[in-house]
Design a protein. Sequence first.
Lengths: 343, 461
Amino acid sequence: MKNAKSLFVLASSLFSAASFAADTPSTLDEVQSRGYMNCVIGNSFPGFYSLNKEGEWQGMDIDMCRGVSAAVFGDVNKVKFLPVQWAQSFTSIKSGKGDMLSKGMTWTLSRDTQQGLDFLDTYFYDGQGFMVRKDLGVSSVYELEGATVCVLTGTSSELNIADFSRANNLDLKTVVFDDSSVRNTAFFNDNCDALTNDKSGLAAQRSGAQNPDDYIVLPETISKEALSFAVKQNDSEWSNVVKWTFAAMVAAEEYGITSENVEEMRAQSNSPIVRRLLGVEGDLNKGLGLPKDWAYQVIKQVGNYGEVYERNVGENSILGLKREGTLNALWKEGGMMYAKSYR
Amino acid sequence: MEKIHSDTERDDYKPLKKFVASPARPPKRETHGVIGTIRKRFFNSIGNSLLTCIALAVLFYLGKWIVNWAVIDAVFVADTRRQCFDTSPDGACWAGVISWFNGLIYGRFPVQEQWRVNLGVVIGIVWLLPLLSKRIPLRGAILLSWVALFPFVGAYLFLGGRFGQELGLFHGIMTCAAFGYLLLIYLNLIKALIGSKTIAVAGLHLLFVPFLEKRLSRRVVAISSMLVWGGLSAIAALFLSSFDLPLVPIERWGGLFLTFIIAGFSITMAIPVGVILALGRRSKLRVIHWLSLGVIEIVRSVPLITVLFMAVTLLPIFMPSDVEFNKLSQVLVAVCIFAGAYMAENIRGGLQAIPKGQFEAATTLGFGYWQTMFLIVLPQALRMMIPNIMTSFISLLKDTTLVSIIGLFDIMLMARNIANDKDWVGMHTEPLVLIAILFFVLCFSMSQYSLNLEKRIKVDR
């Protein structure tokens, strides 16, 4: 029955394919009329998107999508996650199969300009680092001359390490792997001197070792990996929704609103900014085309940026990352998390 | 004898001694018995003795290491991998696999709905149970009804949803019909157990046959049994409509359950698709011949993973964006065509082994093409092809793990996710070992079943 139905839809849409390109409605309208949004993620990336044993998605990217769902529908669960291969990420957004791409993707110029995407904002600043065994006696990447390095093939890490090795005459020898578990096992069995990956991932991999204390992560960061979410190019209405949802999380942290006290803040706060943000006064929602309490729902159901960070990548999470003093701290504390003005 | 005796009678005649065979001497001591065999086979020269010793030592250390790792040093109860390491650093950490066990079996199926998967599997097995007894006639009809109707029951239980809404009308009707048929089979069984000697199961015409066939024409029998089936289906419909199963979208299917769905579907479809393609390839009609040849050769010359990628990545690009195919149905179609192409060549091999006389005899008897094929040639060909067909099935079952690469959460992908769980970070080995054991059990029992089938068919001949 279902097949027959989809065949019918297929046939009818082939007829309308000619008029298809002429008038594309905004993704926001589409999402609202569909009743749920599609969020493109990958198969598994600890801390950012992975399954727990109940089969529920969790991670920072997941919370970004849930936030947008809360803003649009007032319900974090109106989002479908599409785990896709790397090669499919761009096409799935371009073809309209996915409404939002949030899969720990690094914002680069070529991706921003050649793939039909608009990157909107960075929710996690990362960079490539190295992990070595302690007994190697190395304390800096520049002492790794001639070392063999385990790396995942086809990733930007592989390209970065080649650039870095050439620029600094380090003569690093890469040992490439297809699968991160094989790569980690090889490293822990001393098949290479160092392991390279994004620093957030290194912490998790270190904690998977039998004796994590035998390994250290070297202090240098050799690349910029700004993990950002993206949407289809040239859809400002939808971009605004996604961009400002994230900004609301950051702003909430800045103004001390958390998922626990948001109720109280909405009822009692005198701060005009907080009142505007939570939809008590003003009409900030109008331009976005969202309900008045959109930011309230985001904060209530997902939390502010700090809460999202701690839950997924913070010190008590799988990655165990300290936030203080990193680029991911609020701008007031010397980081890069800076929400634009809610006015 | 008499005559010879009288001719040759002489005085010096002595009757021949009756020949008594002396008892066979036992073989040399060193060549029989347990010790003898061992000596003869394993220690018959210095070189071989050395080899035996080395092999024994290797086996011993390997076995000891495996047993130590998997059983003696293993940790079965722990909350995190770190605790496992603290208790026993060199053993397996089965606690992680145990805590993820449901995930490995059911994938992302919601925990409170997992009973539906179990129920579906139980119904499927119960349906096939009558096949085990040789006294039950028309077992083929039961198998056919399973192939044709059980998928609807499965889809209803696994997918859920209400009749007429998420569940299409056709699907709803078929589900009720399927339940009705299952009732029909078992009512017959019960009737046969308590009543008449002949067990009459399956088929459409069975429930009333013993009472009616002498008095009424076949058509009336058929119609009345259809009515009984319809009545039972209506009862099933009444029963089912009182339930409200929550919808479980296909994205949430996974684990071993999904592996079974893909493998089961493609195994069931491989034979019909294979038969069609094989007959097509042998057809004298040019168009059909070249079409079948093209499909077979093209599909067989690309790896399965390529076919899967094509189905999942390329197909949606050609489709308008508002057409939503779910990944599972794309994969099922791809795997079916793939398995069918291989099966076609297996079956063609079987067809070629049938002597020409069989065809000619069939023609002489006035059989047409389809009758010749389905009544005479294919039954013989398929019988000969059992080992090959089973080999294809086994490799198909193992191939289904490739769907993890395109992001279906089958048992492999679920296993990989364990290593990304906060509590079990970095745990890769144990889940893979478990999967290896599981697949060995599955594949080995499939090959044993095929051996059993071969023996049974030979006996019947």
